[in-house]
Design a protein around this ligand. Structure first.
Ligand code: NAD
Ligand code: ZN
Ligand code: ZN
Length: 382
């Protein structure tokens, strides 16, 4: 089959690779019809993620058609049109029993902190991802679901990560009626978080980024106020002024470890990798939340940090909440919202790229060229 493969930081290509096989009775093999590139894939692409092995295939957002099932699979059959959550999870362990699918205890022998994620390095279990013609889906009775007949492919694809993660970000903010919600990052996750904040009763939603084309999109798509942090002296002071000098009730970090906005942090963390990334967006969140406010962290971070304003968070009495999104748990509510036209997630898709050209897709998304917000990758046979 044809598959995207990693060759080293900033180097990927499409190669012939052995088609995955059923390895366990509860595996399914899915023929991918669409995959997406996520902001998280950029951390891999930039060489930020430990144990990203040469030859592995990325891609944790994908939909497709079931091509083959193992002998114990009961919920899926060959020919089913399916969507697959980015988490690999067993469905029965202590954590899965509590709906914490991102924290499954049975799917990643390489680490105790993080669960299993398709196409996300051996640190996250070493599962090959869906930026390929075929992908092996373990625990096929547990993770994937048939795409409802009425749901469009693009909407289903956005339900495998970006939409549920944005929605989860807003949920973890414990938004109450009239709250001022600030979202750092106007990528797919931040855009969906901003949109979801309204569904949870927010009174104001302010999105912060430094890319004007994304902020313009946030204003249109999520009806948010926007702020370009590159055009104000001090983003924290600016946000305080916008919020009666108190700060925001809820702040959502949809940026993560590769944040811009502080050259020293960016160079020491993101480039020299002296700690698990740049905590600049997280520190802005801590500073711009009001005392006793809530911070919801969706942005991805490496394990070790020394420059986080943790004491300020403590003294302000902030509630910090965070996790990998338990995608499947979000589906019933999100399906309702999509069906009732409260959410139309496919609106953020800006590019459609043949699998053979995926290297250009990564470059464009990474360098934020051509107004790119969400690139979708399509295998030739799809
Ligand atoms: N928790 C989860 O389950 C989960 C799931 C998906 C993605 N993520 C993470 O969420 C983050 C966002 O993903 P995405 O797909 O939207 O990525 P993206 O790269 O498209 O968007 C990130 C945005 O943040 C902006 N930005 C950079 N520095 C900033 C700063 N200091 N303040 C405000 N904005 C800043 C960038 O300009 C960009 O528009 C990534 O870290 C990704 O790994 C987490
Ligand atoms: Zn992702
Ligand atoms: Zn589990």
């Amino acid at each position: 089959m044809r598959a995207m493969t990693y060759r080293g930081p900033y180097r990927i290509r499409v190669e012939d690779k052995e088609r995955p096989r059923v390895e366990h009775p509860n595996d399914a093999i899915v023929r991918v019809t669409q995959a997406a590139i996520c902001g998280s894939d950029l951390h891999l692409y930039h060489g930020m993620m430990p144990d990203t092995r040469v030859g592995t295939t990325f891609g944790h957002e994908f939909i497709g058609v079931v091509d083959e099932v193992g002998s114990s699979v009961q919920n899926l059959a060959t020919g089913d049109r399916v969507m697959v959550p980015f988490n690999v999870f067993c469905g029965t362990c202590y954590f899965c029993a509590r709906g914490l699918y991102g924290n499954c205890h049975n799917v990643n022998p390489n680490a105790t902190a993080v669960g299993g994620i398709y196409g996300y390095s051996h640190t996250c279990g070493g599962y090959d991802g869906g930026q390929a013609e075929f992908v092996r889906v373990p625990f096929a009775d547990v993770g994937p679901t048939k795409i409802p007949d009425w749901m469009a492919d693009d909407d289903a694809l956005m339900c495998t990560d970006a939409l549920p993660t944005g929605y989860f970000g807003a949920q973890l903010g414990d938004i109450t009626e009239g709250d001022v919600v600030v979202v750092f990052g106007a990528g797919p996750v931040g855009l969906f978080a901003a949109k979801s904040a309204w569904l949870m009763g927010a009174g104001r939603v302010i999105v912060v980024d430094h890319l004007d084309y994304r902020l313009e999109f946030a204003a249109r798509f999520a009806h948010a106020e926007t702020c370009n942090f590159g055009q104000v002296d001090d983003i924290v002071v600016h946000l305080k002024k916008l919020t009666d000098d108190l700060g925001a009730d809820v702040v959502i970090d949809a940026v993560g470890a590769e944040a811009d906005g502080n050259l020293l942090q960016h160079v020491t963390a993101a480039k020299l990798k002296l700690q698990g990334g740049s905590p600049i967006a997280l520190n802005w969140a801590i500073d711009s939340a009001r005392k006793a406010g809530t911070i919801s962290v969706m942005g991805a971070y490496g394990p070790m940090f020394s420059a986080v304003k943790f004491g300020d968070a403590m003294n302000k009495g902030l509630t910090l909440r965070m996790n990998q999104c338990p995608v499947r748990r979000q589906w019933p509510r999100l399906f309702e919202h999509i069906r009732n036209d409260y959410l139309k997630p496919s609106e953020i898709v800006t590019h459609r790229i043949p699998l053979e050209d995926i290297a250009e897709g990564y470059h464009m998304f990474s360098a934020k060229l051509d107004g790119c917000i969400k690139p979708v990758v399509v295998p030739a046979e799809a």
